[in-house]
Ligand binder design. Structure first.
Ligand SMILES: Cc1cc2nc3c(=O)[nH]c(=O)nc-3n(C[C@H](O)[C@H](O)[C@H](O)COP(=O)(O)O)c2cc1C
Length: 355
């Protein structure tokens, strides 16, 4: 029976354990460039024993950024600094993925520590956002422009160019950000997609944009390299995207060569009531895994070694993806090994601290 420290092979990588650093926006870039903050933030989690580290939402275009501080991969000049990070992570026995993202109608906002409000086009650091339909996320915001066919084609090309740069930068995994009310999720959900063309209406049409983005990425991303998709497995709202939709999508994605679905929830409806509690999204990882057969990652308030270990042992998910607990403790995997009585390799520099 696998446990938290069982290796797992996914295409051409073998993760040494099941612990993954979840994407976390740092809002610390200038014009999309990675810098020393990103090296230390991502690198320290490799030192701490995570098997796979996924970068924050990494914008495929300037207008696809949530804020002007987002990490980006929209120009070739970004590659060099990213490569420094992937090299460091590899030297410390971990793999690294990038979460390719377009913020859709949630673009052009201020940094969270400045209040995080929408910045209108025409103001410094502001631009007009785009989305499947001209529907604002909250009433107080300026509505996005509905994408036309040319706009959709441009974004597909942006994802493709970003994937090519990700390969050049040494990333092992691409995760497409299809969750949290950003562009791909906006197409998936009937609450944000009111289109009447081939990208809107029935399920088959609403998933079309994601499928086309996957195809664009696969033109340059090697078949042997893992491709993950993060989804919001439910909108937690009547009339929205559901867990059954997620299973139906997973069945399509598995045949498209997607390796794993990272099962988050929510983010597309500001008023949704989400029953947040420890492990509250694990049931979605379990349902998608069991009903479609695809590998899944569980995320959301997983904070304890025993809790994480049980999810793997019970076969509820294949990976444990953690965000805030990794901010509290970059060495969570080293601690988890101690708590669970498992052997794990420490960085030689830190061996004198081993429990
Ligand atoms: C600081 C911070 C930044 C985040 N940025 C992203 C992001 O860039 N992409 C994403 O998919 N989720 C993002 N999230 C959500 C996390 O990846 C994760 O899904 C969520 O925090 C729940 O997991 P946790 O309870 O382990 O923190 C962020 C969360 C935090 C705390």
């Amino acid at each position: 029976m696998p446990n938290l420290f069982s290796p797992i092979k996914i295409k051409n990588i073998e993760l040494k354990n099941r612990m993954v650093v979840s994407p976390m926006c740092e809002y610390s870039s200038v014009d999309g460039f990675a810098n020393d903050w990103h090296l230390v933030h991502l690198g320290s989690r490799a030192v701490g024993g995570a098997a796979l580290i996924i970068t924050e939402a990494t914008a495929v275009s300037t207008e696809g950024r949530i804020s002007y501080g987002d990490l980006g991969i929209y120009k070739d000049e970004h590659i060099e600094n990213l490569k420094r990070i992937t090299d460091f992570v590899h030297q410390h026995g971990a793999y690294i993925g990038t979460q390719l993202a377009h913020a859709g109608r949630k673009a052009s906002h201020d940094l969270p520590w400045n209040g995080g409000k929408q910045i209108p086009a025409g103001q410094p650091n502001g631009w007009q956002s785009v989305a499947p339909s001209a529907l604002a996320f909250i009433d107080a915001e300026i509505a996005p422009t509905a994408l036309d066919k040319a706009g959709i084609e441009k974004i597909k090309a942006d994802f493709k160019a970003a994937a090519k740069r990700a390969l050049a930068a040494g990333f092992d995994v691409i995760e497409l950000h299809g969750a949290h009310g950003y562009l791909i999720h906006e197409f998936l959900s009937p609450l944000s997609n009111h289109r009447t063309d081939e990208y809107g209406g029935p399920f088959e049409n609403r998933i079309r944009f994601l499928l086309e983005v996957i195809e664009s990425v696969q033109e340059v991303w090697p078949k042997e390299n893992p491709l993950f998709v993060r989804i919001s497995a439910t909108d937690w709202t009547e009339g929205g995207w559901t867990a059954d939709d997620s299973v139906a999508l997973a069945k399509v994605l598995i045949n498209k060569g997607v390796d794993l679905i990272d099962c988050s929830t929510g983010g597309n409806v500001a008023t949704a009531k989400i029953p947040v509690k420890p492990g509250y999204q694990v049931e979605f990882a379990e349902k998608v895994k069991k009903e479609s057969g695809i590998l899944t990652g569980a995320v959301g308030m997983i904070t304890e070694p025993k809790q994480a270990d049980e999810i793997i042992q019970e076969g509820e998910a294949d990976l444990i993806i953690m965000a805030r607990e990794f901010l509290r403790d970059p060495h969570f995997p080293l601690r988890a090994a101690h708590v669970l009585g498992q052997e794990t390799k420490w960085p030689v520099q830190y061996e004198r601290a081993k429990w």
